[in-house]
Design a protein around this ligand. Structure first.
Ligand code: GLN
Length: 233
């Protein structure tokens, strides 16, 4: 559909690499569970949007600063964020995993004492990691994107990392040489939401929530999730 004067155009920021929620396919198109849901919300509510993919931290800042109207980026709903943003209903369950290299002898968080843990700037998982730092005595090192952070553990520079359960599980399923230590016990369990700056763009939140409900009822939500997670490749 082509944009018309009657259709608002929103600026939406996202994380450039956060599979299976946000990533580029082989044609460099932005795809993923988030991107497919967003596309459907726009279609059903007759708006267009300009997507701004970047680091998660910068994407979240853009909305907080009023430079973007909304963000969808596998972003967890937290009390802290509710001070700064208004948020949709949760659209996907998440929680924090702690992760080592596959086959690592490290079995408990206390074995991370004095070692380096890789964290991604501005994320809920990094806050969770930081909340354990004093108790377990590890050092932290920051990264702007998930793939570089994972690589630091794969190549042995960092002993462990913290990332969201659905994101690390997808990466491992796709061949990443890492292992989740708490598969049945995620930290800070919660959900992902679509965020706008507090007090701004209430229509976007209303549109998102209405369409999410419809998509859950008509099967299109499950179809999107299955498209990314139920691959038999
Ligand atoms: N899920 C994490 C958060 O909510 C990280 C999001 C991301 O890195 N795209 O902070």
């Amino acid at each position: 559909t082509k944009a018309s004067a009657a259709e608002p155009n929103y600026v939406i920021s996202t994380d450039a690499t956060y599979a299976p929620f946000d990533f580029q396919d082989k044609n460099n198109e932005y795809v993923g569970i988030d991107q497919d849901i967003l596309k459907e919300v726009a279609k059903r509510n007759h708006f267009t949007y300009t997507l701004k993919p970047m680091s998660f931290n910068a994407a979240a800042q853009m909305v907080a600063n009023g430079q973007a109207d909304g963000i969808i980026a596998g972003m967890a709903i937290t009390d802290e964020r509710k001070q700064v943003y208004d948020v949709s209903d949760p659209y996907y369950k998440t929680g924090v995993a702690w992760i080592t290299k596959k086959g690592s002898k490290i079995k408990s968080l206390s074995e991370l004492k004095g070692k380096t843990v890789a964290l991604k700037s501005g994320t809920a998982a990094s806050n969770y990691g930081l909340s354990l730092q004093k108790k377990y005595g590890f050092k932290v090192k920051y990264f702007n994107d998930t793939d570089t952070m994972y690589n630091d553990v794969v190549n042995g520079n960092s002993a462990a990392t913290f990332e969201d359960m659905p994101v690390i599980q997808y990466a491992i399923k796709n061949g990443l040489d890492l292992e989740v230590k708490n598969p049945n016990n995620p930290g800070n369990a919660g959900g992902y939401g679509f965020f706008v700056k507090k007090g701004q763009n209430p229509q976007l939140i209303a549109d998102f929530n209405k369409t999410l409900k419809e998509m859950k009822a008509d099967g299109s939500y499950q179809k999107i999730v299955d498209k990314y997670l139920k691959s038999d490749q």
